[in-house]
Design a protein around this ligand. Structure first.
Ligand code: ATP
Length: 202
């Protein structure tokens, strides 16, 4: 079994930035929960078919893709719809992530799960890295990247696990606070550690 390193962090903490460095510098293959979550409802998928059967074809766009805005509207109006959807999709996402991890050929795999704490998915990883930034930086980066206002950014932060809850599941922490944080250095040190774990477990 490939060593699975989980990677999480709050909104705009730098997960994608960090994962890209692991991939570009060291060839580590990534399984990304957000990408998998889109794949299980892509046109022609079993997931999309079941959603259409349950909510009606109004949740399907004319191009065959999921109408996310419509679906959001439906589940926002009624929590039982949200529960139904989560009960359908969460096992599918989990199953596909495990399947994708089995196909990883790099020394270890990086499993990126933004809502790892919220969905209790740290159990899928052997070790967990948390990308940590202070909330003010998160808000600034969210505002800049997503063109939302400060209040919206704060609301998103408030809906996620707290910094403390995330740090509580961390085996390793990458600090990504300032512009000049030595991200590559921190990642290189972790990469060496992970290779050592792989070597010991051979
Ligand atoms: P999300 O889960 O919200 O998609 P994320 O955790 O994957 O976000 P990134 O997309 O990697 O975070 O980074 C968020 C934003 O902050 C991006 O615009 C990125 O360019 C910027 N950013 C990341 N790290 C730094 C840094 N050290 N200095 C300055 N900007 C940074």
């Amino acid at each position: 079994m490939t060593l699975v390193i989980g990677l999480t962090g709050g909104i705009a903490s730098g997960k994608t930035t960090v994962a890209n460095i692991f991939h570009q510098e060291f060839g580590i293959e990534i399984v990304d929960a957000d990408i998998v979550a889109r794949q299980v409802v892509e046109p022609g998928s079993d997931g999309l078919q079941q959603i259409a059967q349950h909510f009606g074809t109004e949740v399907i766009q004319s191009d065959g893709a999921l109408n996310r805005a419509k679906l959001r509207e439906i589940i926002f109006a009624d929590p039982t719809h949200k529960e139904w959807l989560n009960n359908l999709l969460h096992p599918m996402i989990r199953h596909k992530m495990l399947n994708d991890l089995e196909n990883v050929r790099s020394e270890y795999a990086l499993l990126v799960i933004p809502l790892m704490v919220e969905n209790n998915l740290q159990t899928l990883a052997d070790k967990v890295i948390v990308v940590d930034v202070d909330p003010e930086t998160q808000i600034q980066r969210t505002v800049k990247r997503d063109h939302v206002d400060i209040e919206q950014a704060k609301a998103i932060l408030a809906s996620q696990a707290t910094r403390e809850q995330r740090l509580a599941i961390a085996d390793y922490v990458i600090k990504n606070n300032t512009k000049n944080q030595k991200l590559l250095y921190q990642i290189t040190e972790l990469h060496k550690k992970f290779l050592e774990i792989c070597r010991v477990n051979l």
